[in-house]
Ligand binder design. Sequence first.
Ligand code: GLU
Length: 287
Amino acid sequence: MAYVGRFAPSPTGPLHFGSLITAVASYCEARSHAGKWVVRIEDTDIPRIYPGSEEHILSCIEAFGFEFDDEIIFQKDRLNIYESVLNDLQQHDLTYACQCTRKILGSNHIYSGTCRDLKLPHDQQAIRVKTSNELICFEDLLQGQHCSNLTNELGDFVLKRRDGIINYQLAVVVDDYLQGMTHVVRGADLLDNTERQIWLGRLLGYPELQYMHLPLAMNKDGTKLSKQNLAVALDLTQAPQLLNKAIHALGQDPVDLDQPNRMLLQAIQQWDRKKIPVGTTIQGVFE
Ligand code: GLU
């Protein structure tokens, strides 16, 4: 089977060691299957873009020796595509406008469908997709079976915010389809998003993807490395050493300290998915 994988960072902060683990694993998985590997910048949430992080992502890809296929896609240039998919969903009565403010919704994280039958005009409102009361399950290559009933656990969810911003869930599903993705390798922090994405893909008639959610690198205080936690930005001058650490964190055999692209070639040759640590976290100090 043809393999197409991707690395899809959001430029909400500079890449950190956890991002490097995702990049290395998605790259080695794709290349060890003789597959394609593409890079996509997920920048639809303009207010959350952190200045300079897009440039940092691109410099990291180069400095760490990753060779991507195709052109890099920037989601902010593709808003018309997501809008047209939203239109299709609307034509099929699969979405609706929602005027509930955060204040109305309060701390309840499950949306009860208040606006579902109000038939509000679609402009200037949030757009939600209808979920159905059924169990959606998938078999993750690392985490095993994962299931969710979206109606009970989340409710109809937002595809476009009231401020016009296209939600990550929609953009990711549309682009994975349009880029011919077959496999998604990413951090286990996104495990709980997967059923939403599978549901959207089903509504749109897209083929289902194979998922692999990597354990997350944790700080010594037990929190995950993240842009929100201000994890240390990847230092481009330390590329070989950091690559070594990432390969080690992924449980793989060590590679010789060399130019990053040669280290990655060796990592691909030695790549063994079964050696990735079991679970959703990797303990240690990774900054
Ligand atoms: N853009 C997301 C992030 O940086 C990843 C999306 C994905 O891999 O599906 O967390």
